[in-house]
Design a protein around this ligand. Sequence first.
Ligand SMILES: [Mn+2]
Length: 430
Amino acid sequence: MSESIISANLVDKDNTARKADLERDYASLGERLDRRGIAIDAIRDKVEKFAVAIPSWGVGTGGTRFARFPGAGEPRDIFDKIEDCAVIRQLTQATPTVSLHIPWDKADPNRLKQAASRFGLGFDAMNSNTFSDAKDQALSYKFGSLSHADAGTRRQAVEHNLECIEIGKTLGSRALTVWIGDGSNFPGQVNFAKAFERYLDAMKEVYAGLPDGWKLFTEHKMYEPAFYSTVVQDWGTNYMIAKELGDKAFCLVDLGHHAPNVNIEMIVSRLIQFKKLGGFHFNDSKYGDDDLDAGSIDPYRLFLVFNELVDAELSSAEGFDPAHMLDQSHNVTDPIESLMLSAVEVQRAYAQALLVDRRALEVYQDGNDALMATQTLKAAYRTDVEPILAMARLKTGGAIDPVAAYRAAGYRAKVAAERPAVAGGSGGIV
Ligand SMILES: [Mn+2]
């Protein structure tokens, strides 16, 4: 039996006050879905099983190149971060795993494992960091890491990734996500082909270190920190990498890493079709890699991405088993509240996509009935599935209203008293 950070009595009390309304709403939605030939309990069962990982760095307040304004009670280290993640998990019951970033979260792996299992948490993908210099690091990544012109720097970056795998083995992780900031800021600064070749050679060494049953994820990003070119710029390059490396290599899709208006759901479909979709970094974007809360700007796009995922799930697409993680930067909200609501938004998109009448959609598509085809998607998207999500939380021991329960518990004020305030001011993404 794992420990709960928020008092179970308090959650029960908050749920009791909301339960009768929820049951009425659930019954009413159930009746309407019944008319559409959908069993509400079957949708709820699927939602209950849907999980999204929390990134350890997400529970700290983020920042921009202008400034970072720390919040109260920020986690001081990975053990505080694990506790914050345990709160998110307890109230949403949607986030059973934490994803670590090394070296930020470096600690004795056995201690980490113990700290997480105390709250029933597991570990998602390991994330390497060769986009910034760690303390006492011999060679700098200022001009790149896995694609660096200097062989010694590339070696150091490969070793770091292999170390992340080693730590992950003890933690029970099953994947490595390789983060790089490699690229260039000026035309002519690097030779595109040579840099990509050096990157691929280095990645082959990392790939060779993967244990059985592990996956390797690479993430494309069109700009930042390099603003003229990046080595893993787009999904095409990402696909080439996964294809070049082998069967354990897959592409991650971060919703913010595309040019505005790019059809991300189609990219998702392509990667599924060619068995290279590794998973997601969920967030939302207005202009670029804004790292805003999932579903906060364009919830319809999130739904359209899930429409592709559910289509693959229902057609049992070969090798389809994507990883879900949030990857956001919370600058003006309490990160725990943002992450709870973002996990719920991702679940919402999944639940709505499960409501799409796929048989009707296929008939409209084959009959070139564009209007009815798109209305079929809209009918699912317009359905308020909140009672399904809330009932899934209630049934699994979470909170009907996670933010209300969190605020009633006074968790932030409590940790603010225990965790000394950290200095703000300096910019930087976390
Ligand atoms: Mn990301």
